[in-house]
Design a protein around this ligand. Structure first.
Ligand code: ZN
Length: 339
């Protein structure tokens, strides 16, 4: 084993055997914003052999204050975050194999995304995806590490199906839209991201090396500004829990997910096609090119219409910037991409 990991191997709880386990592991990172990018950096430096990174968005200048994997060039090029993460990780640790998946996590793909992964680490910023991941994790008996941060505080919990409570044992239903602070309404500072990610990634490493006795077994809440650190010890799973008690996977089995979403803090709306599809980006760009200037890279096509910047991805999703009006956004989608 190369000297890269020598200091980590000296740490007795990991050792040579633990390092070998890390190198042989595959982790799914759901969302590669602030938390996800930090997870990706730490896991790749630690030598987790394979990372599957899924994110639906591209890098913007407002991300750079806290999303440590990305730089100004990524923002200028509007690289998808999953692709920018892969590029940067190849510079940090070229031994790590990164699968970059530019997609929205939804009930049609979540189970195939976690297939073959040893665990799931939460880097998303939205509750719908977390409840979906919770369903998929319990159904497929895969451990996932929940984590959320906003303002100067965050919450994390490690869910081991069959052993610990799941997300719905603790928070039975999703918070109502507009009821929780978001990074847009309350802002967020980098240190809470680093703190939450540190706890989540440490849990991941303990699990991967098999030291489950050292997991924190709690709902952990940290506020780095007011200096409050709480741990609420987890009880047994709730036998009446819809997800892990009754095995009713409401989010996974939902007929069709709401396919329009106002993006947190972005003055933007995302529209996804109701069925999985693949767009021929080059042909699409060529069609538009006759009528307006179009920018494109390997992952996306971008154009402007009526003061809105429209970014279209290969999975036929579009992010329409400059509005939070879903009807207006849907209308642009219908005109240029079709339904
Ligand atoms: Zn449960």
């Amino acid at each position: 084993m190369n000297e890269r990991y020598s200091r980590q191997i000296l740490f007795r709880e990991i050792g040579r055997e633990g390092q070998e386990k890390l190198l042989a592991s595959r982790v799914l990172i759901v969302g590669c914003g602030a938390l996800g990018a930090s997870h990706a950096e730490m896991l790749s430096r630690a030598g987790v052999g394979k990372l599957r990174i899924v994110d639906r968005d591209f890098v913007e200048f407002t991300n750079l204050q806290r999303q440590t994997l990305f730089n100004e060039e990524d923002a200028e090029q509007r690289l998808p975050k999953a692709a920018a993460a892969k590029k940067r990780i190849s510079e940090i640790n070229s031994e790590v194999e990164v699968e970059e998946i530019v997609a929205d996590v939804n009930n049609s793909n979540v189970e195939s995304l976690l297939d073959g992964c040893d665990l799931i680490i939460d880097g998303t910023d939205n509750f719908l995806v977390r409840y979906l991941v919770n369903d998929a994790s319990v159904k497929n008996k895969k451990t996932w590490i929940y984590g959320a941060a906003v303002s100067s505080y965050g919450t994390t919990m490690t869910v081991i199906p069959g052993e610990t409570p799941c997300l719905r044992c603790i928070f039975e239903d999703m918070p109502d839209a507009g009821s929780s602070p978001t990074c847009d309404t309350s802002g967020v500072i980098m240190p809470i991201i680093a703190s939450m990610s540190a706890v989540q990634v440490t849990e991941a490493i303990k699990l991967l090396v098999g030291d489950t006795g050292s997991l924190h077994h709690s709902l952990m809440q940290i506020d780095v500004w007011s200096n409050d650190w709480h741990r609420i010890k987890l009880a047994e799973p709730n036998p009446d829990c819809k997800c892990c008690g009754r095995h009713e996977y409401e989010f996974l089995e939902a007929e069709s997910r709401e396919f329009t979403a106002v993006l947190c803090g972005r003055d933007a709306v995302q529209i996804a096609p109701p069925r999985p599809t693949e767009l021929d980006l080059a042909a699409f760009a060529a069609r538009l090119n006759g009528t307006m200037p179009v920018k494109q890279n390997e992952y996306l096509v971008r154009f402007e219409i009526d003061g809105h910047e429209v970014t279209v991805f290969r999975d036929a999703r579009a992010i329409i910037k400059g509005t939070d009006d879903m009807t207006a956004a849907r209308s642009i989608y219908a005109r240029f991409i079709g339904t």
